[in-house]
Design a protein around this ligand. Sequence first.
Ligand SMILES: [Zn+2]
Length: 86
Amino acid sequence: MAQAAKGKLNFRCPRCFMRDIDIDMFFDADKKEYYCLRCNFRGTEEEVEALNEQVKEKYGRLRERVTDFGADNRPPVFAPHRRGEQ
Ligand SMILES: [Zn+2]
């Protein structure tokens, strides 16, 4: 960590992003891992990508809207969101 540098890919920190903080990570070429200056998270490219997949779960239904909340333990019904509608 002598010289902070960006990696070949520009990753955002998954730990910070889970808290809605969007911050880029730096790359340690000696250890071949990415690290965050804000929260001390560090991990390999594979670990970062795996955590980013978990974060996607939070926004997985971003482009859908609930049309029926489902009474009596029925699952909710989703419909795709169209631009310009609520
Ligand atoms: Zn972080």
